[in-house]
Design a protein around this ligand. Structure first.
Ligand code: SF4
Length: 262
């Protein structure tokens, strides 16, 4: 829900709707679905299930954050859809258009749209096919969750194509929960966020996998952020790896390097 977040890699979290379908090994212990059992109890998971749009009072929160940002002279990050996926096929596409309109109305916020459905983004933001309401707003960064090498190999070029064709502020990869070692290449996103899974059923992350990501991110000149080691009752958001804190963010500017990966 719209709230000031405890997640340190963003400043706010906003959920335009709630509900999703599991589509990746990274979804196995979906935090959002578990919350429905214990906290919200009003959205069901799976294909064909209704998503629950959040209240108008929640939708007004980003406008307040935008006004605060103007006063403070800051450009806060908003993580969008921690309890859903913006590019979910099951969602009424008018809801997505409404979300894009809200994003356009709040130009002082940097909206982080993280998806496990990066292959849907070009189609769902195709203005020629869908109209100008579906134009990806200018103050958006696009991210893909990639939990293992197979997902990275499958999705990094899709993310790169979104970067080239839709020109988001930057791209990012959420490598959380990191479920195995991943070798990055020159198509890696601008911001590399690594984290282990936490909670009772957490699958352990080998710190050497995180070290490998740090080394590759450095060698390709990407911004590296280490969220947490994870584990049962272990580190939740400490940003610390080998005694160093890694909480850097990219500058929220438009990409100029169109030759990435060539
Ligand atoms: S994409 Fe995210 S919200 Fe949807 S099922 Fe997977 S982990 Fe849960």
């Amino acid at each position: 829900m719209g709230e000031t977040t405890a997640i340190e890699w963003t400043d706010h979290t906003f959920n335009p709707w709630i509900g999703c379908t599991k589509i990746s090994p990274a979804c196995d212990n979906c935090y959002a679905e578990n919350l429905m059992d214990t906290r919200y109890g009003r959205a069901r998971w799976g294909a064909g299930e209704d998503r629950a749009r959040t209240a108008p009072s929640n939708w007004s929160q980003p406008r307040k954050w935008d006004r605060q940002a103007v006063k403070a002279g800051t450009r806060p990050f908003v993580f969008c859809a921690s309890l859903a996926d913006v590019f979910d096929n099951e969602v009424d596409e008018r809801w997505r258009a409404d979300l894009f309109a809200l994003i356009r109305e709040t130009p002082n916020l940097v909206w982080l749209l993280l998806t496990k459905r990066i292959g849907n983004v070009l189609r769902m933001t195709d203005v020629e096919a869908r109209g100008s309401d579906f134009h990806l707003p200018d103050n958006v960064a696009i991210g893909a969750t990639m939990a293992n090498q197979a997902e990275y190999d499958r999705d990094r070029m899709k993310l790169h194509q979104v970067r080239e064709k839709r020109r988001p502020l930057f791209t990012f990869g959420s490598f959380e929960p990191l479920l195995g070692p991943i070798i990055l290449d020159s198509y890696a996103p601008d911001w590399i966020i690594v984290g282990g899974e936490s909670g009772q059923s957490a699958r352990p992350m080998d710190l050497d996998w995180a070290r490998l990501m740090r080394q590759s991110a450095n060698s390709y000149g990407r911004v590296f952020n280490f969220k947490q080691a994870g584990g049962r009752g272990g580190d939740k958001g400490g940003h610390e790896l080998d005694g160093e804190k890694y909480f850097d963010r990219p500058l929220a500017t438009r990409p100029t390097d169109t030759g990435r990966g060539s």
